[in-house]
Design a protein around this ligand. Structure first.
Ligand SMILES: Cc1cc2nc3c(=O)[nH]c(=O)nc-3n(C[C@H](O)[C@H](O)[C@H](O)COP(=O)(O)OP(=O)(O)OC[C@H]3O[C@@H](n4cnc5c(N)ncnc54)[C@H](O)[C@@H]3O)c2cc1C
Length: 422
């Protein structure tokens, strides 16, 4: 009997538990550990920020779902991973041993890197449902007394899609409330150009997103480094090719949402050979750590090198479709190792995203993730908005039912049929 422990119960962790259940031997035991008692569908958090979703809409209690699947669940935070002893130390003091560990802990949000950034400072966040609920309270106050908005993603961020989504969603909601004319909006991003997305652009994301921002009267500042945030004022330096400041901006705001940079969670920091200097888990093509070969990593917690050097650091996004491919490969590989074989499966790490604007949206598909690509496609339309809503419902239903299925792969198959994409 082998003990397989999955640390984290998000978009990576729960599907990992279901896939692992299908790939393990009868006698093996799976335990999921999460610091939160609930699963959150993170892609819906921007909708919660403007009040289009409640906390209940986008969260699911983990314990009953896993109980039905006969998968053990421990609701406790891991404070230390001890890979030399094959064990985890939890906040309660409990220690959990493993034969195989799959780390799926997502990111720690590095608001502290910039003075005044984040919910403890002066900007909102939609990265977690708690933040999005808070952002929504501030949003309602803002709508009673509107003014300028600054929205975007700071230096070192790796998640740009939700920043565009939130800008466009706010624009849509302000129009519905008929107060858009009272709100100058500026999009601030570390990307070298609009639509880069940490991926060097996908299809014509540059053209599509620039055009959309022009159409919605959203100004933008690229190559942006946020120096500090004060109450109602963001200090931004625009960085040139030589690394010097080209222009300084002082941007007043009454509401701001900025995506932070990410790093690995504290329990992983400083573990030589397991993580990189930012605390992201080092994995090989089989999602396996090269030093600790019974430890795997899936999702945002893994280390992926930036695509290219930009004037301001720009990270690579780790999106749901990529994560799904990491999860599938990991389950197959551990299944092989349990049966005395060498792991052979590799995740595709292809990137697919539906970025919603509230009334339409942009879909993009990058195969492989980095250019030059075999498939490099982006398209815009109302169907993206509808597809994202349908996908949310589909994903939540499958999580509740504990079904091991390639959620994203299925959605893409349907989408490619609809769009006749080859
Ligand atoms: C706002 C936003 C919108 C996004 N929208 C999309 C989208 O539309 N499409 C897309 O493809 N991708 C999207 N992404 C990217 C990505 O799909 C998500 O970030 C996704 O949630 C990552 O999954 P994960 O499992 O790696 O991490 P998470 O979903 O964050 O899960 C991490 C898990 O680890 C647990 N955990 C953390 N620390 C500990 C600890 N110390 N001990 C125990 N458990 C711990 C957490 O409670 C959680 O259960 C979005 C990201 C963000 C931030």
């Amino acid at each position: 009997m082998a003990d397989i422990v999955i640390l984290g119960a998000g978009i990576g962790g729960l599907p990992m538990a279901y896939d692992m259940k299908a790939a393990k031997r009868k006698e093996d035991r799976i335990t999921v550990i999460s610091n939160n008692p609930y699963f959150q569908f993170t892609p819906s958090n921007p909708w919660a920020g403007v009040g289009w979703r409640s906390r209940d809409d986008v969260t699911i209690d983990i314990a009953p779902v896993l109980k039905k699947q006969k998968i053990d669940f421990i609701c406790d935070a891991c404070v230390k991973v001890v890979p030399d002893e094959n064990k985890l130390v939890l906040e309660s003091g409990r220690e959990v041993s493993y034969d195989f560990l799959i780390i799926a802990t997502g990111p720690e949000l590095a608001f502290d890197k910039i003075e005044g950034l984040g919910p403890d400072g002066y900007t909102q966040s939609v990265c977690a449902i708690d933040h999005a609920v808070e952002a929504n309270q501030a949003w309602e106050d803002f709508c009673k007394d509107p003014g300028p908005i600054v929205v975007g993603a700071v230096q070192g961020a790796s998640c740009y899609g939700p920043a565009y989504e939130y800008a466009m969603i706010m624009d849509t909601e302000l129009k519905r409330r008929k107060i858009r004319d009272k709100v100058p909006m500026t999009f601030v991003t570390a990307e070298p150009y609009v639509g880069h997305l940490g991926l060097g652009g996908v299809g014509d994301t540059k053209g599509i997103l620039e055009s959309e921002m022009r159409d919605r009267h959203i100004k933008w500042i690229t190559d942006a480094q946020v120096d500090k945030v004060e109450d109602g004022l963001m200090h931004v330096s625009q960085i040139g090719d030589d690394g010097a400041v080209v222009k300084s901006h002082e941007l007043p705001f009454k509401y701001s949402m900025m995506l932070p940079s990410f790093r690995g969670i504290p329990a992983l920091q400083g573990l030589d050979g397991l993580v990189n200097p930012m605390g992201f888990v080092i994995v090989d093509e089989h999602q396996r750590n090269p030093k600790y070969q019974n430890v795997f990593g899936v999702g945002v917690c893994i280390a992926i090198a930036p695509l290219e050097k930009c004037n301001v650091p720009v990270g690579v996004p780790k999106t749901g479709y990529m994560i799904e491919s990491m999860v599938a490969a990991t389950a197959e590989n551990i299944g092989q190792m349990l049966r005395g074989q060498e792991p052979t499966h590799e995740g595709t790490w292809n990137a697919f995203c539906l970025a919603d604007f509230g009334n339409k949206g942009v879909a993009f598909l990058a195969q492989p993730q980095n250019p030059p690509r075999n498939l490099n496609w982006a398209a815009e339309g109302k169907w993206v908005h509808l597809a994202k809503i349908a996908f949310e419902k589909y994903f939540m239903r499958k999580i509740r039912k504990g079904q091991s299925e390639p959620y994203f792969e299925k959605a893409i198959m349907n989408m490619t049929k609809v769009t006749r994409l080859k």
